[in-house]
Design a binder for this molecule. Structure first.
Ligand code: NI
Length: 373
């Protein structure tokens, strides 16, 4: 075969530098390389998974298939090969030097070849170069499969015989920023998004906290920007079904449709599928459980915010019952709930608690309060 050498032209444009919290690597990935389980860092930004180039290289170099990735230290470049003849690409990344705080530097990496031009967005974080998994896949003509239940990404390609061949599985683990030695609670907000969700997110952002938003389909479809903001700011979106119907009175097909429609609405807005369902009215039975193929969760503290519409009583219910592992039910439909959150969040943090998402709580505790399955 003729070895193709692609001309590569690259340059980086420094766009904006955003200050991140000190913990940049928000997730861990886990993969099997031969008999070893390998953990590595990745982060999700705007619904896209970014991996460090070195981690991708390790995965490819140790996997089935003729892929390799090497570093050319002299030229500060990375060389990517497929079947020793496919593609060669290089890059020079803008380095962040002498920064005390973590900086995320956005660069455009231009890769030019005979037939294709790629303009890839990359990030430099703490002097490590991150690239979107989908961009690497585009260069190498790899495909990905995402299994939302096991949170596993499978990389695969068509081999010389045209067979679908898996390269590796990457399991995305929950965020690792939770300190298991400190008490924690999960604030959960049902039935939105609404015009009041932004204020709750403002408060969470101010205090570097996160929460979980169990959205209904009819509101989620109207508030795509809010969904993206929830994901961007590291909070979690849960599935509260499309039409907020009592699932115990529905058929199997209707239950599945109620859940699946929300999965698709959220994924098309954010790139992320919800991992947990909260049934409307907290109402479920064995039939409902059998027809929902996701984790299900209710709560253990009910603020009754929807009934009282009173910020002070919502605040008192949360604070007076405060205990490690609480899953607290509120509704982001009401301005009085947003008022309560203004006081709740700083007080919880003041008392030494961490605010976590339900996935983080499950990661830290195993089975949690209010868990159905
Ligand atoms: Ni509800």
């Amino acid at each position: 075969m003729i070895k193709k050498i692609f001309a590569v032209i690259f340059f980086c444009l420094l766009f904006t530098s955003a200050v991140w919290a000190d913990t940049v690597e928000r997730y861990q990935g886990k993969s099997q390389l031969d008999d070893n389980t390998v953990y590595f860092d990745l982060f999700n930004f705007r619904g896209t998974n970014y991996f460090s180039l070195r981690d991708i290289a390790a995965l490819l170099n140790n996997s089935e298939g003729s892929f390799s990735m090497e570093y050319d230290n002299e030229n500060n470049a990375v060389i990517i090969n497929r079947n020793e003849e496919y593609v060669s690409t290089g890059t020079e990344f803008k380095k962040s030097i002498g920064k005390k705080k973590t900086k995320r530097e956005s660069c455009i990496l231009n890769v030019k070849s005979e037939n294709t031009d790629f303009a890839l967005k990359t990030y430099n974080i703490n002097n490590r170069n991150y690239i979107a998994l989908r961009d690497i896949c585009q260069i190498l003509e790899l495909n990905t499969k995402w299994d939302a239940n096991t949170k596993t990404i499978t990389l695969w390609y068509y081999d010389d015989m045209g067979e679908e061949t898996d390269i590796c599985n990457i399991t995305v683990l929950p965020p690792v920023i939770v300190d298991k030695s400190k008490p924690m609670v999960a604030l959960t907000f049902d039935d939105g998004p609404s015009v009041n969700t932004g204020r709750i997110l403002d408060t969470l952002e101010k205090y570097n906290g996160v929460a979980t938003f169990f959205v209904t389909g009819y509101n989620a479809s109207k508030y795509g920007d809010t969904l993206r903001r929830i994901v961007d700011e590291e909070s979690q979106i849960g599935n509260h079904t499309y039409g907020h119907l009592r699932l115990t009175s529905l058929s199997a097909g209707e239950i599945q449709s109620q859940v699946n429609r929300v999965q698709e609405i959220v994924a098309s807005a954010t790139g992320v599928y919800p991992t947990v369902v909260r049934p409307p009215y907290g109402s479920y039975n064995d039939f409902v459980k059998a027809n929902i193929n996701l984790r299900m969760l209710n709560w253990n503290v009910d603020t009754l915010d929807w009934k009282t519409r009173n910020a002070q009583s919502t605040y008192e219910e949360v604070i007076n019952t405060l205990s490690d592992g609480n899953v607290i039910l509120m509704h982001d439909l009401y301005s009085q709930t947003a008022d309560a959150v203004d006081k709740i969040v700083p007080e919880i943090i003041n008392r030494g608690y961490q605010l976590v998402t339900v996935d983080q709580l499950i990661y830290a505790k195993g089975t949690i309060k209010g868990q159905i399955k």
